[in-house]
Design a binder for this molecule. Structure first.
Ligand code: 8YV
Length: 302
């Protein structure tokens, strides 16, 4: 979390930092006194840790992903799990658009081309592709999926979607399966929450349906994409390219991504703006404050 949010935590509470090796013995000595955990969406809290903390009453996630916390186990222990909904929606959707444009318009390779002096040497640079008139398929029409769809519309794209549960309030075309969505899209944008039911939902069949001109964007979680299938699809030109903000085993992602053709990589930056990280931190603080005041934390999800 940001320094100024951590400073507010330190003002209000006795804080032990699990990521700091120097604090390990103090933490082990204080297990029964720890009443709250603040953590990131990609980090969560393992079930082993939940079991080790008998006084735990709240897990305040600085993010919206709950895939790294067993929500049922927490509920069974009367532990509230909270997230930071709403405040990061626009930035994550912007990241999706940034990746989409970066792939279609060769932003990253163009930058290298100029710096390497190849433009000055008179070399030609390949034409990009326009988003205008293209179809974008949103996999997972939650808040982020909707925000990305609205942005894509502003760029002249046609929006369709697939969602696990029926969506009543959207004018966009609904597809009945992820494969149908991919087959009906030029760009497939993955915005779906990660859980047991969505693991590897973007598989070889979905990528084959997206096709050799199709682009995959992922701003959700690495686990919702079968990475073997994605790397195979990129290297065999089964799809045309990808823009990826999230991966399995971050930050030690599979090395094949580093050389995958026509692929733009980001180090999980969807919500990483100054403004949004302050707003997320404020929500974490509000949830913790409510818990310690004996109230229900405002954005409890379980
Ligand atoms: C953050 C996220 O990068 O919301 C999420 O689930 O993955 C991101 O917004 C992460 O939570 C860092 O704290």
């Amino acid at each position: 979390m940001m320094g100024l949010i951590e400073a507010r935590l330190d003002e209000a509470y006795t804080v032990h930092r699990l990521y700091d090796p120097a604090q390990q013995s103090a933490i082990e000595a204080n297990l029964s006194a720890i009443r709250a955990v603040a953590t990131g969406g990609g980090t969560g809290l393992s079930s082993d840790w939940i079991e080790k903390l008998p006084a735990l009453g709240v897990i305040a996630i600085n993010g919206v992903g709950t895939d790294k916390v067993d929500l049922k186990l927490a509920r069974g222990r009367n532990i509230d799990v909270t997230t930071t909904p709403g405040v990061l929606t626009d930035d994550v959707a912007d990241t999706g658009m940034a990746l989409l444009l970066a792939v279609l318009r060769h932003v990253v390779t163009g930058d290298a081309f100029v710096r390497e002096g190849r433009w000055a040497n008179g070399e030609g640079f390949p034409l990009g592709n326009s988003p205008k008139g293209k179809r974008i398929g949103i996999l997972g029409l939650g808040q982020i999926g909707r925000a990305l769809g609205r942005r894509a519309e502003a760029f002249g794209m046609e929006v369709r979607y697939w969602n696990r549960s029926p969506v009543a309030d959207s004018d966009w075309t609904s597809c009945s399966t992820p494969v149908e969505l991919a087959g009906d899209s030029d760009v497939l944008a993955v915005c779906i929450a990660a859980n047991a039911g969505t693991q590897g939902i973007v598989d070889a069949d979905v990528l084959a349906a997206l096709g050799s001109k199709g682009i995959l964007i992922n701003v959700a979680r690495g686990s919702v994409v079968n990475e073997d299938a994605l790397l195979a699809a990129l290297t065999s030109n089964t799809i045309a390219g990808a823009g990826l903000d999230v991966f399995m085993n971050e930050p030690k992602i599979r090395e094949e991504f580093l050389t995958a053709p026509n692929t733009v990589l980001m180090p999980h930056q969807g919500s990483a703006t100054l403004e949004t990280r302050i707003a997320m931190g404020e929500l974490v603080l509000a949830n913790l404050a409510a818990h310690f005041a004996g109230e229900k934390p405002p954005t409890t999800v379980n």
